[in-house]
Design a protein around this ligand. Structure first.
Ligand code: THU
Length: 134
């Protein structure tokens, strides 16, 4: 990575974000920290709803915050859950919109990395901007 944020810094930021979770239904808090190519970090957490399908995941909260702030390109995202769980399909799709090369670090509640991957590996053969923009 070109900037000074380390893998462990990003995981620590995701662990911190996880503390902000609103997840009374699943009791499965998730934290995300998304590092933009400009070097800024956007944290997100899952925010559940009594109408379950209105829940938003941690990863998408982080991406939407970053996009609102004008970011479009990302170096990496760290996601922390109890067990190092993997991003859902909707989060993979949203991440893919902004680059397939984004590194993905999944960590457990102790901050131990259980998977290092990329968005492309998480969502192969994806439908994306190139299908619609030309
Ligand atoms: N969740 C995330 O925040 N990210 C994912 O990619 C997987 C699932 C949240 C949604 C819900 O609040 C809880 O985890 C259980 O599904």
């Amino acid at each position: 990575m070109e900037n000074k944020i380390s893998k462990s810094d990003l995981v620590a930021m995701a662990m911190e974000a996880r503390k902000q979770s609103y997840s009374p239904y699943s009791n499965y808090p998730v934290g995300a920290a998304l590092l933009s190519k400009s070097g800024k970090i956007y944290q997100g957490t899952n925010i559940e709803n009594a109408a379950y399908s209105s829940t938003i995941c941690a990863e998408r909260t982080a991406v939407f915050k970053a996009i609102y702030e004008g970011e479009r390109e990302f170096e990496a995202i760290a996601v922390v859950t109890k067990d190092g769980g993997s991003p859902c399909g909707s989060c993979r799709q949203v991440l893919s919109e902004f680059g397939l090369d984004t590194i993905v670090w999944l960590a457990n509640e102790n901050g131990e990395i259980v998977l290092e991957s990329t968005v492309e590996k998480l969502i192969p053969f994806s439908f994306g901007p190139s299908n619609l923009l030309e």
